[in-house]
Design a protein around this ligand. Sequence first.
Ligand code: SF4
Length: 317
Amino acid sequence: MQTSPSLIEIYNMEKHYIKNKLYNTSVLRVVDGISFSISKGETFSLIGESGCGKSTLGRIIGKLLVPTTGKVLFEGRDITKLVRKKDKKLQKDIQYVDKEASFKWNKRSTIFKMLEKVLETHEMCSNTNGHCLISHLLNSMGLAHIAYHPIQGLTPGERQLVNIACALVLQPKLVILDDPLSGLDLSVQSQVLNILSHIKKKRAITYLFISDNLNASYYISDQVAVMYKGRIVEKGTVSQIYEEPIHPYTQALMSTVPSIYKRERIILKGAPPSSSCPSNGCPFYKRCPFAQEACKSRQPLLREIRSGQFVSCHLYA
Ligand code: SF4
């Protein structure tokens, strides 16, 4: 199979925070040594329980957070040290869709006017070309009928679609969708997913989809990485991860979606360890039904076990 060139490459990314509780200092390892790349035109999902570090990683890639260490290449260009506010091209090329964005809008403005404003802010055409661009986008997203409605009357699903439209109108190369279905009911979730897939088929666009909604990630993804306590424990194609997971944590996670993973439900004991108590061993050690003595003291590396499927577990070293 021929693979597309990488759009973005992440090398050994770390984000640590110093926590100081009255002289008792500890280090929170929210993202702890992550490397992966996303090919042009692909949808790459980051999944895992809440608090696993996936949103922090998304914000680093979106240049909204500075990493502690690591490197980010975008189309081969090292953007690790670039400041988003100072780089117009980067602001346009990489869009971060945040579910909170709609709270910052002028509620009396219409959708059309707001998109015009977005184009103006980025010094993109605000004349006839701009109007064509907006109309075309709203049409393809099924929003044309409410183009001149004030923002304040929109439903939560429409607001989220407008959030996404604000990103897409800039014709970005990478869109980071951070928990884009949160708070939406099931029918609206599938509407948003269908629109995202439809837009992707029509444009050369790449998505980084961050979510703990496993059904949604299955529907939209080409590649999936599973995160646990700031690390990637398994990575592969969507069918490898959902239908033939190898890592014990991925198997437990997938057993919660019986419509896809046709095996018995696995109930994990305990809760994930705190990010401020890192161990030298596997972070899943205390909850893993297959833990061995070596898992306590040696951190497993992410290795390719099957073609394109990478797993971090001593059982497969
Ligand atoms: Fe379980 Fe050990 Fe594998 Fe970690 S390395 S997932 S503890 S078997």
